[in-house]
Design a protein around this ligand. Structure first.
Ligand code: CUA
Length: 331
């Protein structure tokens, strides 16, 4: 399995075979145990089959001669069957107990000190909020990118805004379904700095396959800096071009669905765009966040992600250029 994770092209940042935290490590151990037990039993069974077929290969065409069974061969057969049954039951119990211990360990993580992050599943993107009870006006809201400090217990407090989704970052923790109208908590911790890719793991409609996210694990310092920057309202446009770009945003249908904190745009239908340019992807991990992709996405999202809630937009070339220039400043 370590070999598999080392194959070129094998995405090591989206696999349960390369754990980046304790929960995924427990799951990987159980998986390895079950893999080796079932793999060895399978090979032994096939080897026995091949051996007996090979030994009897010349007599397969002839009908066996009826002969009285001897007590000795009966005893051997009974013993072999009983032994195989006992071994099977034993191995099943080993796997059962291992799986039980793993689920106990997953539930026994440090809940008291956990950093809570609210995650809402939408068709087809992830809304992410960092609650801040002390300063509610500094609430951090982002989308499809969950920044976490390494070595810190995290509580993902999840629910769905529409249909059933499933939150799954395989390097970090097992799957957890997000159900509309029902809150669910899942504890996890990331011990390695990196960008860990996650994916919706419950079929939720046309663009289920394009509902991914990144868990960005950073040092405490980097995480703190990120949170401080994200808590700010958006950067005010500084030149004529971006001032006009903001006007385009606020006078077109963008404003009906999106929030840019610090402006009059405050709708909660689509992702919060206050710090859009700080994110590495758009459309829930589907496209790199480049100016070209953003322009194509704004004009005709249905061509890129059919069924998405974002409608096509009629914006003239110069207006679009200014709008993009403005969005690029939203770091
Ligand atoms: Cu959300 Cu599949």
């Amino acid at each position: 399995m370590i070999l598999m994770a080392g194959v070129p092209g094998f995405p090591s940042n989206q696999t349960s075979l390369n754990p980046a935290g304790p929960a995924a490590a427990h799951i990987e151990h159980t998986f390895a145990l079950i893999f080796w037990i079932t793999g060895i039993v399978y090979c032994l069974t096939l080897a026995a089959l091949v051996y007996f077929v090979w030994r009897r290969r010349y007599t397969l065409n002839a009908l066996p001669e009826p002969r009285p069974t001897t007590g000795e061969s009966d005893h051997f057969a009974t013993g072999a069957v009983a032994g195989a049954m006992a071994l099977t039951v034993l191995l099943l119990f080993v796997m059962l107990i291992s799986s039980f211990i793993t689920s106990r360990r997953l539930g026994n993580m440090n809940e008291q000190q956990a950093l809570t992050i609210d995650v809402y599943g939408h068709q087809w993107w992830w809304e992410v909020q960092y609650p801040n009870d002390a300063e509610p006006y500094r609430l951090v809201t982002t989308a499809n990118e969950i920044h976490v400090p390494v070595g810190t217990p995290i509580r993902i407090h999840g629910t769905s805004r529409d249909v059933i989704h499933s939150f799954w970052a395989p390097n970090i923790q097992g799957k957890r379904d997000l159900l509309p109208g029902y809150d669910t908590d899942v504890l996890m911790q990331v011990d390695k700095v990196g960008r860990w890719r996650g994916q919706c793991a419950e079929y939720c409609g046309l663009q289920h396959a394009h509902m991914s996210f990144y868990m960005v694990a950073e040092s405490q310092k980097d995480f703190h800096n990120w949170m401080t920057a994200q808590a700010q309202t958006s950067i005010a446009p500084a030149d004529a071009r971006t001032v006009h770009g903001q006007q385009v945003f606020l006078t077109h249908s963008c404003v009906l669905c999106h929030t840019i904190r610090g402006t009059t745009a405050g709708s909660l239908v689509g992702p919060d765009l206050t710090h859009l340019a700080s994110r590495s992807t758009i459309a829930a991990g589907m496209l790199p966040n480049t100016i070209g992709n953003l322009g194509g996405w704004i004009l005709n999202p249905q061509a890129l992600k059919p069924g998405s809630r974002m409608p096509p937009n009629q914006i003239s070339g110069p207006d679009l250029q200014d709008l993009l220039a403005y969005l690029e400043t939203l770091r």
